[in-house]
Design a binder for this molecule. Structure first.
Ligand SMILES: [Zn+2]
Length: 107
């Protein structure tokens, strides 16, 4: 029995930190939270991957999340569903924060 590798149906949640609507599910036994809003296209998926965020396909019928590994992304025939990026809370700068640049001497 491989009960520790279970996958569950995705359910809607709100991120307790940033209040963004998200989807939560177990994927092969791992707890996964993705943005509820699907990615608009391949460029957005590439952007998420470059930010070191995993992407998942939300299957149409079973509403499960499938981790999009490189072989899955390269498949010519894709799993029907929408693509979602792993949720990461947006970084917010406190109001009035001024960024300091390191001092550089002119030559
Ligand atoms: Zn968040």
């Amino acid at each position: 029995m491989r009960q520790h590798l279970i996958s569950t149906r995705a359910t809607q949640r709100q991120c307790p930190t940033c209040r963004t609507p998200t989807l939560h599910a177990l994927v092969d036994g791992l707890s996964v939270t993705v943005d509820a809003a699907p990615l608009a296209g391949q460029a957005n998926e590439l952007d998420a991957l470059l930010r070191n965020l995993s992407t998942y396909t939300l299957t149409i019928i079973r509403k499960e999340l499938i981790h999009r590994t490189a072989p899955i992304i390269r498949r010519p025939r894709q799993i029907p569903g929408t693509i979602h990026a792993q949720h990461a809370c947006p970084i917010r700068q406190p109001a009035g924060t001024q960024l300091e640049l390191p001092f550089m001497e002119s030559t």
